[in-house]
Ligand binder design. Structure first.
Ligand SMILES: Nc1ncnc2c1ncn2[C@@H]1O[C@H](COP(=O)(O)OP(=O)(O)OP(=O)(O)O)[C@@H](O)[C@H]1O
Length: 301
């Protein structure tokens, strides 16, 4: 279970903000305040989780994170009995009298959703479409009726009421991604979906400069290279490498003191290592090294 007490840095996800992302955050914060769940949807590496964490931090409430996966079920969400605890008292104070009392109780552990709902926390449900749609049915009652049904839990109450401070932020990848389930329309209909897309090379360079301490102009060579390759991939009806690839190249070049120069052999090797496989995988291009080397030529100093 992941509970963040207003600590974005715990995931290394400190958000670098500019005017556009500040605007997104302030708009979505208003939606949350009004009680609507917010959903960030878009390709991998477009900053959905980073934005969700920064938004949750703005509420200044503890944050519970659930990561979507096909194994997730109602027991993870609501809770489960974890076993038995027993208490036995044997009283032989009077020798001729033998008195034995035994109490057995079941031990209950709250699930993640129940805990967040009860305490009025902010819930981030990251990549929620990776869970089976049936596991997400509970959210319909939470959003629509303001109750969390305690199905099949042997609890005496049939449901608990949602705390008035409880709020939800969802993130998801597009349906074409491997391992993503189609979400019930009824659930999508009840949230405000913000489409996230790749940032342009300038905005990516600002983020990476802040994260690595390298000069923005140098980083722009990397983000330019990656975004041109991304464009080529999308022309082939695929998706391309994300900001993560640019971040890897920048961090590794800095760490190994490699000059950011398209003619430099070590830099070429690094770019090929980072980019060849994702381009091949995402676009289906059989000779990605040719694309990369051609773009690197334009980066010569
Ligand atoms: N505004 C930003 N400030 C700081 N870092 C950022 C920002 N946007 C993206 N990043 C960095 O880019 C990378 C990808 O971001 P993030 O994990 O938020 O993307 P995502 O859309 O949730 O990806 P996925 O769908 O693969 O989970 C991370 O390393 C993150 O730290």
């Amino acid at each position: 279970m992941t509970v963040l007490q207003n600590r974005e840095k715990a995931h290394g996800k400190t958000m670098v903000q500019d005017e556009v992302s500040e605007d997104t955050l302030s708009r979505t914060l208003e939606y949350l305040r009004a009680g609507y769940p917010v959903h960030f949807s878009g390709p991998a590496g477009t900053g959905k989780t980073t934005t969700a964490l920064a938004l949750a931090k703005k509420r200044k409430r503890p944050v519970m994170i659930i990561h979507g996966n096909p194994e997730l079920n109602n027991k993870d969400m609501i809770g489960d009995f974890t076993g038995y605890s027993s208490k036995k008292v044997v009283d032989q104070y009077v020798r001729s009298v033998y008195k034995k009392e035994e109490h057995v109780t079941e031990s209950w552990r709250d699930g993640r959703l129940l805990e967040a709902v009860k305490n009025g926390w902010t819930l981030i449900y990251d990549e929620f479409t990776r869970s089976k749609p049936s596991a997400n049915n509970l959210f319909l009652s939470v959003i629509e009726e303001g109750i969390l049904p305690l199905y099949g839990t042997k609890q005496t109450e049939p449901f608990i009421r949602v705390h008035p401070d409880f709020r939800m932020i969802f993130t998801s990848n597009p349906l074409e991604y491997a391992g993503v389930y189609k979400t019930q329309d009824a659930l999508l209909d009840r949230m405000i979906t913000i489409q996230m897309n790749y940032l342009n090379e300038d905005r990516e360079a600002i983020i990476i400069a802040k994260k690595t301490g390298l000069e923005k102009d140098e980083i722009k060579m990397i983000t330019g290279l990656v975004s041109r390759l991304r464009e080529k991939c999308s022309n082939e009806n695929g998706t391309g490498p994300s900001i993560r690839a640019s971040l890897m190249i920048a961090e590794l070049a800095k760490r190994q003191d490699i000059e950011i120069d398209g003619d430099h052999q070590d830099f070429q090797r690094l770019c090929l290592d980072v980019l060849e496989f994702p381009i091949k995988r995402l676009s289906g291009e059989t000779e990605p090294e040719k694309w990369i080397m051609k773009e690197l030529k334009n980066l010569s100093k």
